[in-house]
Design a protein around this ligand. Structure first.
Ligand SMILES: Nc1ncnc2c1ncn2[C@@H]1O[C@H](COP(=O)(O)OP(=O)(O)O)[C@@H](O)[C@H]1O
Ligand SMILES: O=C(O)C1=C[C@@H](OP(=O)(O)O)[C@@H](O)[C@H](O)C1
Ligand SMILES: [Mg+2]
Length: 171
């Protein structure tokens, strides 16, 4: 028997709403790889949406479980793994992903993101109680850490399917 070919997993990073979940699932289908959405894993564990987890258990509990599940899932191969937008702020997570996986940054400009705000505000706990100026500040702060990646896709003028194609072409 020949050696089995194992593929490094892909990790998608970027600000909330950039399309990590949507494009990640499509890319996994195209590659015939597994798909793991870290938020969905956390929601399964807690049995409630992320917004409720933040309310009931607090952000710290969410972040701790998030870090641990990423550690676990990035040890698997041949997976497309969509992170939540805040996960990459954790240094351990960043180092693990950069060392063990192919990190792809789904970038979106602030102008394009603003148009998606209404679509996101009801479900994203981090947006609750923040005005657009505060969100832009968070956007700029996080962007600095997203600069650590292996491949970058500017998604502003791309459909989810086109983003998935870019991911597949890179791999
Ligand atoms: N390339 C895109 N163009 C337009 N809308 C998109 C694109 N990618 C995702 N969306 C939409 O933006 C919202 C957030 O997408 P999602 O995949 O959940 O992002 P993330 O996982 O990065 O938070 C969804 O309503 C989705 O349909
Ligand atoms: O940016 C963040 O801190 C978060 C982003 C969300 O994921 P998406 O980036 O998939 O929206 C989710 O993990 C949670 O609401 C926190
Ligand atoms: Mg997502």
């Amino acid at each position: 028997m020949g050696k089995e070919f194992k593929k490094k997993s892909i990790v998608l990073i970027g600000f909330m709403g950039a399309g990590k979940t949507t494009a990640g699932e499509l890319a996994a289908q195209k590659l015939n790889w597994g798909f793991i959405d870290i938020d969905q894993e956390i929601e399964k564990k807690f049995g409630m949406p992320t917004k409720e987890i933040f309310k009931k258990y607090g952000e710290e509990a969410f972040r701790t479980y998030e870090k641990n599940i990423i550690e676990l899932k990035t040890s698997e191969e041949g997976q497309v793994i969509s992170l939540g937008g805040g996960a990459f702020m954790n240094e351990v997570t960043r180092n693990t992903c950069l060392a063990n996986t192919v990190v792809i940054y789904l970038d979106i400009s602030w102008d394009a993101w603003k148009k998606r705000f209404e679509q996101l505000v009801d479900t994203r706990p981090v947006l609750q109680g923040r005005d657009l100026n505060e969100i832009e500040e968070l956007f700029s702060k996080r962007r600095i850490l997203y600069s650590h990646h292996h491949f970058h896709i500017l998604t502003d003028n791309l459909s989810p399917d086109e983003v998935a194609d870019e991911i597949v072409n890179f791999i």
